[in-house]
Design a protein around this ligand. Structure first.
Ligand code: NAP
Ligand code: MG
Length: 498
């Protein structure tokens, strides 16, 4: 299909201007090269940004309901191609097929939700303190928006960023993760089929430190929306700060599940298993800490370990598989390094703790689901994001101690508490320092009609999804109209009061 010619701008598929390429491989079997993609650099990014800038004026002036029609058609196309995209996702980044379907479903939900914004109010009207003056404030687009996305939700995350920006009238340059260029190409192909005009959505595949950095630096790009690691986010946010560019960052997490003595234990165990090991622990909302009250700690631990051992690992394309590979070799080695750090710090590995090399698993990047006991809040494994199938149990005495342990990291994305006591639940809802709080639910499982994002170092104050998704990609314009036909100058705050 597009071997090499995988940048899309000026309404055409193009190879990188340097001719450089990169390969995408299947993490369940690294012998399998899935495709060859453009490795873009500054010149490619500038060409794509120019294409977006050229298309901006006509897209901005296209009626919002019409823009919504394109996004609605995109929802229908995503629905029609759901299975195909899910299979491509499992092959390209490894998540198991049911989760891959969920990833595409999230984009479908987002498309239908945002399409309707084309006919929703996009501002508000306020009274004037002066006679015969009409006042209103309106959302307006910001121009060219640059999107930089990770590989772990390769269809959902681009859709969270792109659809709000498009409905507002912005044009886009999209730089997907180097591990998932194929899915980005498929996504843009569907947008073209949905009727997106030439130049409105532009794609540059390539590496973060080349194409991604060039997008951040581009003078034609007014706003950056980034999801990824805190380290890269901090760098991008500081560059944007220097350039006075708008920037939205969705970064790492160190999420926790709290299990109190009065919890529905069976439900809590299932929740912990899913949050810790779903997507092989590579969710920004993955629970890499389980904080358990002393009274149930023993029972909880025995059950969690037993069920962790029983998880079936393999290629996620097989529907009976529960845990797929991690995304690449670097990630696999990083997880293993963290497990070694945990051991040195004094935590005990109850199960897992190694790279899997048996039979077919040796061809892919498989890590044994790992449970640590005796995790303590000061340890690096209790503070730093591991982004793999690794969790640890922290024992506590009381609700207060549990909440303080949950809040003890620099991150604040997702925290959950299992209890049957309404007072405990409400204290947790009030005191947990996270953008997403769950009661009797796992740390993963967000719905698109609510804002998504984190407090503290998980972000810089923005949210995706919900109506708040419009904030990052719009500016407010306040408009005053005098319809009096009087010759008298009436100054605000001066001639009206007193
Ligand atoms: P990452 O290494 O930070 O990469 C994210 C994106 O940034 C990729 O497209 C990457 O390109 C690009 N990039 C890397 N260096 C760059 C630079 N110097 N300038 C511009 N762009 C650059 O993160 P990841 O490993 O792909 O994703 C995992 C992280 O994402 C985790 O920390 C996870 O918690 C976080 N995450 C957060 C949320 C949330 O909403 N809070 C959601 C999902 C994931 P390459 O692909 O070439 O590296
Ligand atoms: Mg890959």
């Amino acid at each position: 299909m597009h071997t090499g010619a995988t940048n899309y701008y000026d309404g055409k598929w193009q190879p990188s201007l340097s001719g450089k390429t990169l390969d995408s491989i299947n993490p369940a079997n690294s012998d399998r090269v899935l495709g060859t993609y453009a490795r873009s650099e500054t010149a490619d990014v500038e060409a794509a940004a120019q294409s977006a800038a050229n298309a901006y004026h006509s897209w901005r002036l296209t009626p919002a309901p019409k823009r919504g029609t394109v996004i609605f058609r995109m929802g229908q196309l995503l629905e029609a191609h759901k299975e195909q995209l899910a299979q491509q996702m499992t092959a390209e980044m490894g998540k198991v097929i049911v989760e891959a379907r969920g990833d595409v479903q999230e984009a479908i939900d987002m498309a239908y939700y945002i399409a309707a914004f084309g006919r929703m109010p996009n501002g508000h009207i306020a009274p004037s303190e002066r006679e015969d003056i009409f006042c209103m404030a309106q959302r307006v687009p910001v121009g060219v928006v640059g999107l930089i996305t990770p590989w772990n939700f390769p269809i959902a995350i681009p859709s969270w960023k792109m659809f709000p920006a498009l409905i507002a009238g912005n044009t886009i340059v999209f730089k997907p993760a180097e591990d998932t260029p194929g899915l980005a190409v498929s996504f843009v192909e569907l947008l073209i089929e949905a009727g997106i005009p030439s130049g409105v959505v532009n794609l540059v595949t390539g590496n973060g430190n080349e194409a991604g950095a060039a997008l951040v630096e581009s003078k034609s790009v007014s706003t950056i929306s980034f999801t990824g690691s805190t380290e890269v986010g901090r760098h991008i946010a500081s560059r944007c700060g220097q350039m006075m560019k708008r920037v939205s960052c969705e970064l790492g997490g160190k999420n926790a599940i709290v299990v109190l003595d009065d919890a529905n234990l069976e439900l809590a165990i299932k929740g912990a298993l899913w949050s810790a090991f779903g997507t092989a622990g590579q969710r920004c909302t993955a629970a890499s800490r389980v904080i358990v009250q002393r009274g149930v700690k023993k029972r909880f631990t025995v059950e969690l370990v037993e069920r962790t051992r029983a998880l079936k690992l393999g290629s996620g394309a097989d529907a009976s598989i529960e845990i797929g590979p991690v995304v690449n070799q670097a990630q696999l080695l990083r997880i293993d390094r963290y497990v070694e750090i945990g051991k040195t710090e004094g935590a005990q590995v109850l199960t897992g703790g190694s790279i899997l090399k048996d039979g077919d698993l040796a061809k892919g990047y498989f890590y044994a689901p790992t449970v640590f006991d005796s995790m303590e809040i000061g340890m690096r494994i209790a503070q730093e994001e591991i982004f793999g199938p690794v969790t640890g149990i922290i024992e506590v005495e009381s609700l207060e101690e549990a909440l303080s342990a949950a809040n003890s990291t620099a991150y604040g994305l997702s925290l959950s508490l299992y209890t049957r006591d309404v007072n405990n639940a409400f204290r947790a809802m009030r005191d947990l320092e996270a953008g997403i709080v769950y009661i009797n639910l796992p740390t993963s499982g967000a719905e698109i009609q609510l804002p998504f994002g984190g407090m503290k170092q998980t972000g810089n104050g923005h949210r995706e999804a919900g109506i708040m998704a419009m904030d990052y990609c719009t500016e407010w314009k306040s408009i005053y109209v005098n319809f009096s036909d009087s010759e008298e100058l009436v100054r605000a705050q001066i001639d009206t009061i007193g």
